[in-house]
Write a protein that binds this ligand. Structure first.
Ligand code: BGC
Length: 372
């Protein structure tokens, strides 16, 4: 699997580079191109440097686009919506061909994207959908619903819920309420877990109300921060887990939340290998993979962000050359104004047993970095 993946990635990259070098001399003047501005520039707006994945995402996409012959402007917005809008406006002033945007608040970019559209600058929503505007041309992401489904299925499987085991104490969390992905992650997981909550095999001692997927904001951690997740978990454990009651399982949508939750469990005296609960994650962040190896996290849903970078680099190139842009989903992602043609990549579960075969053999991490 990982070898195939690597070969596929290399082939994709080689094709992108070959195609790009073939027409780089005419790109600037090509009036038939679908990309907007007059420059050779691609703007990349990333949400924050504070979470590991966005640093990797930004750096890799920047590298690929430069190798393909484009100039780039890569900006990080410190998770501040206004800052991201200013950065995008500044990029528009430089008249790029394409803007690639991983938004902070998916509903806040309408006005600035109106300006991009006036200059015929094309927009790719990167990883997170941009909502409530017609001025988003493409979306490239991992299958976000599938991420949550994999987390839910992992919990069902590990707890033996299908064999009638339980009841188990569950504490559910969801991601930032301004991130469109968070709703998909939660829905994927809750479609799998809710039947067991309804049958009483999963009990939520903190009493969080989650009677439908639409209630996901009742367990949101805004900004996806580890600190907020830690203090929320502290609150739940202090208030509802008295008299020897223990939490058996935590649905965490990603690794930054899982890290905070794991710190909380540690400070409350939970011990790996004894009473440590099952806990899910997403992203295969370094600290979390180390925690998986140390039995403090049960799994992570790995999204090989290199493949996302390669796909977006390819789509950017196709837009600029006026070629058909590759998509594989034209039904799922309605942003409130239109269905945005999307390319969805497959997420992959990683547990302690396959850290080496999936994360090391694919070159995502060196064994050394993981202390293996
Ligand atoms: C991404 C996740 C990430 C989260 C926090 C989401 O939009 O899809 O991979 O963990 O943001 O950065």
């Amino acid at each position: 699997m990982s070898k195939n993946f690597r070969v596929l990635a290399a082939v994709t990259l080689a094709a992108t580079l070959a195609a790009a070098s073939g027409c780089s001399s005419t790109r600037d003047e090509d009036s038939s191109s679908s990309g907007g501005g007059s420059s050779n520039l691609v703007g990349i707006a990333m949400p924050t440097k504070s979470l590991e994945r966005w640093n990797n995402d930004g750096a890799y996409l920047d590298e690929l686009l430069k190798k393909a012959g484009y100039e780039t402007s890569l900006q990080y917005a410190d998770n501040k919506v206004d800052q991201q809008i200013t950065q995008i406006q500044n990029m528009i002033n430089q008249n790029p061909k394409v803007l690639v945007i991983a938004s902070i608040d998916g509903t806040a970019l309408g006005p600035v994207l109106d300006k991009a559209a006036q200059q015929n600058i094309k927009v790719i929503a990167y990883d997170r959908l941009i909502n409530s505007t017609k001025n988003v041309d493409y979306y490239a992401t991992f299958d976000n619903y599938q991420v949550g489904k994999l987390q839910g299925e992992f919990i069902v499987d590990k707890l033996g819920l299908k064999d009638g085991k339980g009841p188990f104490n569950l504490e559910p969390f969801s991601g930032s309420s301004d991130d469109n992905n968070a709703k998909f992650f939660f829905s994927g997981a809750w479609d799998v877990l809710k039947p067991y909550v309804d049958s009483g095999k999963l009990v939520i001692p903190s009493g969080k109300k989650l009677s439908s997927n639409d209630d996901w904001k009742n367990v949101s951690i805004d900004g996806w921060t580890s600190q907020k997740a830690q203090s929320e978990m502290d609150n739940r454990l202090n208030s509802y887990y008295t008299g020897g009651k223990k939490v058996d399982v935590v649905l965490s949508p990603n690794d930054s939340l899982a890290l905070g939750i794991e710190q909380s469990l540690e400070s409350q005296g939970y011990k790996p290998g004894t009473d440590w609960p099952l806990i899910t994650g997403q992203d295969a962040d370094l600290a979390n993979v180390k925690n998986i190896l140390a039995d403090k996290q049960s799994m992570t849903v790995w999204k090989d962000t290199r493949t996302l970078g390669e796909q977006v680099s390819k789509m950017t190139d196709q837009i600029i050359k006026g070629e058909t842009v590759e998509t594989n989903d034209t039904t799922t992602y309605n942003n409130g104004v239109k269905v945005v043609p999307s390319y969805l990549l497959p997420p992959v579960v990683v547990t302690k047993d396959d850290v080496k075969t999936k994360l090391v053999d694919s070159g995502f991490y060196t064994a050394d970095k993981l202390g293996l």
